[in-house]
Write a protein that binds this ligand. Structure first.
Ligand code: G3I
Length: 358
């Protein structure tokens, strides 16, 4: 009874907008949790690595978050801590503290670390945007950044998203500082430099949109196949899969299976399933939506479980709970894309993941 009282109070407070913070949008879901069998965890239940992107601030300061990460996952990605700006804010300054914290945490708790990301069009630090130099100087800049970072984590970070989101939706290379200064070769060079620094690290090309744009997907697959044919050291494809519950099963399966056809490892690298892709401002999370989300998680996991074992690098969700998702902040809308609710309790989506490997 006490539990129902709490749920009713939560719903009332939510309706009144009382729980919404000033800066940080909060959209708690009603109590749509599943019964918890403490002996079941994702890392034990999945026949391939199952990970989450983690926020280092939460890892340090939120015990519930930290304990859940320890309990549920065996692979971790830094949501932000290993990006260029975070690690290399000025030309001669590297700031390792947060990334080192994450790597130490992973080592202490027996987790694999996937590095994200060496080269990305988005948010390069201003010193890079303002950098003056000829093609050789830009090549050195790229090489120095990649090799300093990969060497720093050598033996501790198992794999890297070497280049992230280089392709535009129209299937041409995205305009960015790296393309402007180094031409299309910046992609191959990035892989070669990373491989030189740590020949044991698995190297991935990571991007989004495989499931919603055949144009973009085809361009990415062609690019990756060309890299392979040229002997560029690439080991895998990251499918970000920031998707939504309305995405068709066929498109999701095509995204996964087209990547599998390259023969490379496939990482579902940033999975989340938005429940409010149309930005409805007053949407609430219902039992019906929870069931649809569960079915979509199940389908993705089931499809991935059917690919060849040696190509399964793993599935990573983009953070842990609905309270931590980037989507609420980015789109300022209510949304519940992850398998744990705002209180870090298991949602139906969690059961969907388990059912995907039954
Ligand atoms: O750390 C600062 C904080 O000091 C400051 O007060 C605050 C004010 O806005 O910003 C904080 O930085 C934010 C950072 O996340 C850490 O929370 C940035 O503004 C914000 O832009 C940044 O967003 C991240 C985004 O990538 C851009 O780097 C998201 O958390 C992260 O989830 C998102 O992740 C990307 C993947 O790397 C690539 N694929 C898409 C995915 C989602 O966009």
């Amino acid at each position: 009874m006490k539990k129902y009282g709490l749920v009713i109070a939560l719903v009332v407070l939510t309706t009144m907008g009382c729980l919404k913070g000033q800066d940080d949008p909060v959209f708690p879901s009603p109590d749509l949790t599943i019964p918890v069998d403490e002996s079941v965890t994702l890392q034990k239940a999945m026949p391939f690595p199952f990970g989450a992107a983690v926020n280092v601030g939460l890892l340090k300061n939120n015990t519930t978050y930290r304990n859940l990460v320890i309990k549920e996952y065996n692979s971790l990605t830094a949501e932000n801590a290993m990006k260029f700006t975070q690690l290399h804010p000025s030309e001669n300054v590297y700031t390792w503290a947060d990334a080192d914290y994450l790597v130490d945490f992973a080592q202490q708790n027996g987790k694999r670390v996937h590095g994200h990301t060496l080269i990305w069009y988005k948010n390069p630090p201003s010193w890079v945007l303002n950098y003056q130099g000829d093609a050789q100087a830009w090549d050195n800049l790229l090489k120095n950044h990649i090799q300093t970072v990969v060497s720093h984590f050598k033996g501790k970070v198992a794999s890297w998203d070497v280049v992230n989101e280089a392709m535009a939706d129209n299937g041409t290379l995205r305009d960015c500082i790296w393309l402007q200064k180094l031409g299309a070769d910046y992609i191959a060079k990035s892989f070669i430099y990373a491989h030189q620094a740590d020949p044991d690290a698995l190297l991935f090309y990571n991007d989004f949109g495989h499931e919603y744009s055949t144009t973009k997907r085809t361009a990415i697959i062609n690019m990756v196949n060309n890299l392979k044919q040229q002997g560029v050291p690439i080991d895998g494809i990251g499918l970000q899969m920031h998707t939504n519950y309305m995405q068709s099963d066929k498109n999701l399966a095509d995204a996964i299976n087209t990547a599998v056809a390259t023969g490379l490892k496939v990482h579902i690298a940033e999975l989340d399933i938005s429940m409010n892709p149309n930005n409805i401002p007053d949407l609430t999370f219902s039992a019906g939506l929870a069931e649809q989300q569960k079915a979509k998680y199940e389908f993705i996991v089931k499809t991935y479980n059917a690919i060849p074992k040696n190509q399964q690098f793993g599935i990573t969700t983009w953070n842990v709970s609905d309270a931590d998702t980037w989507i609420r902040g980015e789109y300022n809308r209510p949304d519940w894309p992850l398998p744990f609710n705002d209180n870090y309790e298991r949602k139906a989506a969690y059961q969907g993941i388990l059912d995907g490997v039954k």
